[in-house]
Structure formats: structure tokens, C-alpha cells
Design a protein around this ligand. Structure first.
Ligand code: 5GP
Ligand code: MG
Ligand code: MG
Length: 197
């Protein structure tokens, strides 16, 4: 078990299991695009480790670049339209494969689609290492999915909890604390209220 800030996390997906999933995604994509030189686009920050491992394993020539989605300054709502930083390359006529760390609600993916609509790419495909089917609210097809996971918060392999945990080579899942009832029982009246995350 590890602690990051105020939360505890338990080992969930080993480095070996991640590698197996990355290998499978590489094999599927290399097979589907055998005659092309795809442009792999990693979405920062979360997918830096996945993208790095993926392109190292990719058996044919390819290009790799990164983009980052950033909220417009001043707007705070989670429904914000986002802008993109880092797309300097002309992708006209190219086969573009987005490499995402994790797809949860699909909101980020919807933004990526909205942004790429303006680029005259030949093909746009989505590959995600992790996917939470129970949380997904969009209709976009996910072309390549690594590992399906339950709707619980994870960290590691690029994914952070408030900036910590990105460096971990394996995945950890948030641990719902078993001491909560004790805290409520032994605390002053009302203690523990609102702590049931
Ligand atoms: P979506 O837009 O699909 O709801 O969420 C995608 C983004 O939310 C991911 O790129 C990631 O930054 C963040 N996210 C979603 N689920 C998790 C999770 O379980 N752990 C972490 N660390 N980030 C997550
Ligand atoms: Mg991401
Ligand atoms: Mg994050």
C-alpha cells in the first residue's frame, strides 16, 4: 500500500500486465496500418509513459508528437471548452492515432474530436490504455482499448493524484478506508460527516 497526499492506494495492475496490454495494442495497430507511417499523438500529461513505451515497441517507422488540452483562463466549470497547445505539425492526409492514458467520462475525448475536426486528416483513431466502461457517457467509438477497469480512481504509469504518482511504473487503485466507521463511532457527535467519499 502507498500513500499520496491524504489518500491510500493499493497495487492494482502490475508493470508486467501493463506491458502485455501495450504489446497487444502495438500488435493490433501495426497490423491495421502495416502500409502507413502513422502519427501517434500522446495527450499530455497522463499518456507520456504509455506513449513512450508504445513507440519504443512499435515495429515500423512512425512519428510521435504530443498535445495538451488546457482550460481557457478564467473559466472554471468542468464543462469548459478546452483549447489545445502543441499541435504544430501539419496532419493533412495523415493517419493519426491518439494515445490516451485513460478514458473515463469521455469528455476529454470529445474535445480531442472537436479539435481534430478542423485538421484534414486521412484517418483518426483512438487508442486508450485504460477504459472505465461504467463511467463512459459518449458515443465515440474507442478503436483500441488496453485494459477495462472499474469506475475507481487509479494512479501510476503517468496518471496522477494531485501531481503525485505519475512516476510509478505500475497502477494503484484508491483504497476506501475501513477505519471510517471507527472514526465516526469514536469521534465527537457529527464527526466524520461528509467523509464518505
Ligand atoms: P474523461 O475526460 O474521459 O472523463 O477523463 C479523462 C481524463 O481524466 C484523463 O486523461 C485523466 O487525466 C483523468 N482521469 C480519469 N480517470 C482517472 C483516474 O482514475 N485516475 C487519474 N489519475 N486520472 C483520471
Ligand atoms: Mg489523458
Ligand atoms: Mg490528473
Amino acid at each position: 500500500m502507498i500513500q499520496l497526499h491524504d489518500k491510500f492506494f493499493k497495487p492494482f495492475i502490475s508493470a508486467e500486465e501493463i506491458e502485455t496490454a501495450v504489446d497487444r495494442l502495438v500488435a493490433e495497430i501495426a497490423n491495421d496500418f502495416a502500409d502507413e507511417v502513422p502519427v501517434f499523438v500522446g495527450i499530455l500529461n497522463g499518456s507520456f509513459m504509455f506513449t513512450s513505451d508504445f513507440v519504443k515497441k512499435y515495429p515500423k517507422p512512425c512519428e510521435v508528437t504530443f498535445i495538451k488540452l488546457a482550460s481557457y483562463e478564467g473559466l472554471k466549470s468542468s464543462e469548459d471548452i478546452q483549447r489545445l497547445i502543441g499541435l504544430t505539425q501539419d496532419l493533412t492526409g495523415r493517419t493519426v492515432i491518439i494515445l490516451e492514458d485513460i478514458i473515463d467520462s469521455g469528455k476529454t475525448l470529445a474535445e480531442v474530436y472537436r479539435i481534430f475536426k478542423n485538421e484534414k486528416v486521412k484517418t483518426l483513431k483512438i487508442a486508450t490504455l485504460f477504459f472505465k466502461p461504467e463511467a463512459y457517457k459518449k458515443d465515440f467509438k474507442l478503436h483500441y482499448v488496453g485494459i477495462k477497469i472499474p469506475d475507481k480512481f487509479i494512479v501510476g504509469y503517468g496518471l496522477d493524484y494531485d501531481h503525485l504518482g505519475r512516476d510509478l511504473p505500475e497502477i494503484y487503485q484508491i483504497k476506501e478506508t475501513q477505519h471510517m466507521t471507527n472514526l465516526v463511532l469514536f469521534g465527537p457527535p457529527g464527526a466524520g460527516k461528509g467523509t464518505q467519499a
